[in-house]
Write a protein that binds this ligand. Sequence first.
Ligand SMILES: NC(=O)c1ccc[n+]([C@@H]2O[C@H](COP(=O)([O-])OP(=O)(O)OC[C@H]3O[C@@H](n4cnc5c(N)ncnc54)[C@H](O)[C@@H]3O)[C@@H](O)[C@H]2O)c1
Length: 296
Amino acid sequence: MAGEMSTIRTVGVVGAGQMGNGIAHVCALAGYDVLLNDADATRIDAAIEIVRKNMARQVHREIIKQADMDAALKRIKAAPKLGAFEAVDLVIESVVEQDDAKKKVFADLRTTLKPTAILASNTSSISITRLAATTDRPDKFIGVHFMNPAPVMELVEIIRGLATSQETYDTSLAFIDSLGKKIANAEDFPAFIVNRVLVPMINEAVYTLYEGVGSVEAIDKAMKLGAHHPMGPLELADFIGLDTCLSIMQVLYEGLADSKYRPCPLLVKYVEAGWLGRKTERGFYDYRTDPPTPTR
Ligand SMILES: NC(=O)c1ccc[n+]([C@@H]2O[C@H](COP(=O)([O-])OP(=O)(O)OC[C@H]3O[C@@H](n4cnc5c(N)ncnc54)[C@H](O)[C@@H]3O)[C@@H](O)[C@H]2O)c1
């Protein structure tokens, strides 16, 4: 059950992809007004439709009541222009995992946001300190790393940048608690905790495929039945998005300057082909067939 609401009332979510829709979902269910933005306006409507479907599933499974769903959906408003963010108390940025895209969002928000608003990034790996330094409020900048899918996963990692104030941290902690999520504090180093451990494991699985140690099916089967992972690593890579996995490996490789983090050339090839996993219907599996077919 969610905790007391924090001093935050209105949340602006930038990026209406798979994470943005999940974050909008959990914030609205916890009673926050949500403005949802994306550079591609069609993604916003699509995201609200996904939230509707996912909440309907929660009603069906008796996790939430129909009245909760109806009230939550009314709280989510499409905001195709960031100019609508004047009243937001907290921004959660969840655009693609690229420095420049994220910095552009923060620059675009500069003239709109009220001085007290907190800026949070849902980045999986990028330095919070570096992103914060490009904004007009490094003391009000923090990392809040939701897991995928946000409505289901219990954890949010909280990452303080070098300049993040105690007040920003306390408010963010109360906010995440009010969503009913558990918190793990991570220091601001490349990929934080979860992805520092998880994504090199996925990259190693791609190397295992690249070197012919096993097929897609054998690798996933081996890790599901042999290590009790709920999903195989290649299946999980498709779920996360291969572009996101590659960006995280690049952040680790460059940020830690250690060759053990070099991205597998096969992962690079899939991303260059635009085979990004489930979101593009093709990755290590082809999702246009039922059941999905391995692509190698
Ligand atoms: N996929 C995961 O499992 C996962 C988990 C935790 C955190 N994250 C992080 O969440 C963020 C988003 O990832 P995702 O999986 O939702 O990606 P996604 O590709 O599903 O969505 C990204 C969205 O950002 C939009 N966008 C790009 N530039 C923009 C801009 N300048 N302004 C507004 N919108 C813009 C795109 O149109 C797209 O809709 C990334 O930082 C990623 O690392 C991802």
